[in-house]
Ligand binder design. Structure first.
Ligand code: SF4
Length: 307
């Protein structure tokens, strides 16, 4: 249920757990088939996990240690009471079910973790892995965060994803049909070559699919990526904040009102950010989107079915 212009994750968590809940991001040492050559090589053109995730460079640090540190930090800094264990770095269902179970099972050693969240790619989801996640749903709220980025196959090829929209739909349907697993779809606004119509096509597809949550990221250029080369060669121009705010506002209009918006900002750690600068001011980004929604008279769901 939305109280503001869109359905915030903080509002969802408050209603669901009635406690201060904080996400602990970890690197469990998984790889990615789009980097190691199994699917493709070179990875997505914007990918450098060192820049995406606070713990991406910490696989030397044991998983339990990452979790304990994250929990202590969140307790002290944010007075957090309960936690979501977020397997964030790389592709967290890339392995056999036995390997996945061994790594996910660490959750059972921490009493105050209430939710398990797994970030992955569509080609690394199959019925055995979904069934494994379904088992955790007996004790935890389980989220499967599926990277889609765009529903346009031309864009997916251009950004070197090595999966198409059809493959996403297969993974999404498998997850939904298993029941008990909450779906979160990750998309990016500002991908090279995408028109407003392309972006809203993705929004329209998500409005139709009605995932439990969506994460919308503004594309940003990170050091050491193919996108950096495109940016330096002036083949890619990052969005201005006003443009992103306007597109994100319209995007939200196309989503179902019960789809939770888990995020609309981006993180970039360790001095990896090249452009645009404005992504570092999260409050400004969120305020700008909300102002756009107000000035354009948009509420989440207003444009549902209108692409
Ligand atoms: S799927 Fe994720 S980890 Fe793999 S290359 Fe793309 S962004 Fe990087």
């Amino acid at each position: 249920m939305i109280r503001g212009r869109y359905y915030r994750f903080s509002e969802y968590l408050k209603n669901r757990f009635n406690k201060r809940v904080f996400k602990i991001s970890v690197n469990a040492g998984f790889g990615c088939p789009n980097i190691d050559g199994t699917r493709g090589s070179g990875g997505c053109i914007y990918c450098n996990n060192e820049g995406f995730s606070r713990n991406a460079g910490k696989i030397d640090k044991e998983l339990r240690e990452q979790i304990s540190e994250g929990i202590s930090f969140a307790r002290n800094r944010f007075r957090a009471e309960k936690f979501i264990l977020y397997f964030q770095a790389f592709t967290n269902t890339y392995g056999t079910p036995d390997i996945l179970k061994k790594r996910y099972d660490v959750i059972r050693e921490f009493d105050d973790i209430v939710s398990l969240s797994i970030g992955t790619r569509p080609d690394c989801i199959d019925s055995k892995k979904v069934s494994l996640l379904r088992d955790y749903a007996n004790d935890y709220e389980v989220w499967l965060e599926i990277g889609l980025q765009s529903a346009n196959d031309g864009t997916l090829a251009l950004i070197n994803r090595h999966h198409d929209y059809g493959e996403f739909l297969r993974a999404y349907d498998l997850t939904v049909k298993a029941g008990g697993i909450r779906t979160c779809v990750h998309v990016i606004i500002g991908l090279p070559g995408e028109s407003v119509k392309d972006i809203m096509r993705t929004a329209g597809e998500l409005g139709r699919l009605r995932p439990d949550a969506v994460k919308i990221h503004p594309l940003h250029v990170i050091r050491g990526t193919e996108l950096e080369k495109m940016y330096m060669a002036k083949q890619y121009l990052p969005m201005q904040l006003e443009e992103y705010a306007s597109l994100a506002a319209e995007f939200l209009g196309h989503l179902h009102p019960e789809t939770v918006i888990q995020r609309m900002t981006a993180d970039c750690f360790g001095g990896y950010l090249i452009a645009p600068d404005w992504i570092t001011d999260k409050n400004l980004v969120l305020r700008s989107i909300e102002e756009r929604m107000v000035s354009q008279g948009i509420y989440q769901g207003d444009l549902l079915g209108k692409t």
